[in-house]
Ligand binder design. Structure first.
Ligand code: SF4
Length: 358
């Protein structure tokens, strides 16, 4: 529901549970795992390639990225790192929009992905034709889209934002008197609207992983762990966000785990992030926020089924064969780059201002 514009109804673009793929678990013996990892390390050198992996991928992939001069991070930082690296081939272990963003920012490089079917329910829930028609009805509004969208949707937008920058960008636009179309995540959109008071028309998409965190069960878990701090990604429902000590992006959640003076944390985001959290704060205890319980319907249960499509075997296969290259149509890429670049310039400007203040 768009509180500032109750008359405008949008279709529900949430993905039905039966369309969510099963989560793959790669079963390997210790010997197979070690052999694959050694072979991948050799192939990376041979092909002048690096791995850029998202926090939600398997710990083996994150370790490989770290051990071979690659990078583990959030989606925008993954693309930024790829741009700065001298490697000619980037293997993006994540989901499709991350591969596309890497290609848009690095058109001269070869971008490979272990599985080109690794998608995202937010991206799927914002088809370009519907979205473009919707935007066309409100030509006076500034179109702001989340990073978790296709290159075509980014090309239709004025701004791309990340979960860590959305509030600042929308505040900036509000100060200029702009009204906003926001897509695709409705929970993040509601959170940003509440934080900024901006006039926003909110697309009704959602993340199948974060949507499954349960407010009532979280209350019960907090009673069992009264000292624990609650860290929540803003793609989660309002009932979960309102119990958070910190609402933040993946990078912000890891930072909070390291810096907050607490021993225990309840974490509402994909459990792949626990690998980096444990690395950042080895003495602390991290507990998954509940997806199960009396109101549970989850299929993904705190682990993204598309992120899980990134496996060691597939990584070895693309490095061997050079298959699964990401391509973005040049005109779409040119337009999408404008909305991405606005964010990069905005965040660079803020860093400079902060350094000046200091
Ligand atoms: S965790 Fe959610 S937002 Fe992230 S890639 Fe998976 S479906 Fe998309």
């Amino acid at each position: 529901m768009n509180t500032l514009n109750p008359a405008i109804e949008l279709r529900d673009y949430r993905m039905p549970p039966e369309q969510v793929p099963e989560t793959i678990v790669e079963t390997l013996s210790v010997a197979e795992r070690n052999e694959l990892k050694s072979r991948i390390k050799l192939l990376l050198k041979e092909k002048n390639a690096i791995i850029v992996a998202h926090y939600y991928t398997d710990p083996d992939l994150q370790e490989l990225a770290d051990e071979t001069g690659g990078h583990v991070s959030d989606s925008l930082d993954m693309a930024r790192f790829g741009h700065e690296s001298s490697a000619q081939t980037l293997v993006v272990c994540g989901v499709r929009f991350m591969g596309e963003t890497a290609k848009i920012l690095n058109p001269e490089k070869r971008i490979l992905m272990p599985d080109l079917n690794a998608d995202c329910s937010l991206d799927i829930g914002c088809p370009i034709d519907d979205f473009s028609r919707f935007c066309g009805q409100y030509p006076d509004r500034t179109v702001v889209v989340y990073a978790n969208t296709s290159a075509a949707v980014k090309a239709r937008a004025d701004w791309m934002v990340t979960s860590g920058s959305a509030v600042d960008v929308v505040n900036h636009l509000k100060a200029q008197g702009k009204k906003i179309i926001w897509a695709p995540d409705k929970y993040l959109g509601q959170y940003v609207q509440e934080q900024t008071g901006a006039d926003m028309l909110i697309w009704q998409g959602s993340c199948v992983v974060h949507e499954e965190f349960k407010g009532i069960e979280l209350e019960l878990l907090r009673r069992e762990h009264p000292q624990a701090k609650v860290l929540v990604h803003p793609e989660s429902p309002v009932s979960v966000i309102k119990q958070a000590d910190v609402v933040s992006s993946t990078t912000g959640i890891i930072k909070a785990a390291r810096e907050l003076d607490a021993k225990e944390f309840i974490v509402a985001t994909d459990k792949g992030i626990f690998h980096k959290m444990q690395e950042a704060a080895p003495d602390k205890i991290f507990i998954e926020a509940p997806t199960a319980g009396i109101s549970a319907t989850c299929k993904s249960c705190a682990h993204c089924p598309w992120m899980a499509m990134n496996t060691l075997r597939k990584l070895e296969h693309v490095l061997t064969t050079g298959s699964n290259e990401v391509h973005v149509d040049p005109e779409t890429s040119r337009k999408a780059r404008i909305s991405i670049q606005r964010l990069l310039d905005f965040t660079a400007g803020r860093k400079t201002a902060l350094a000046g203040d200091a």
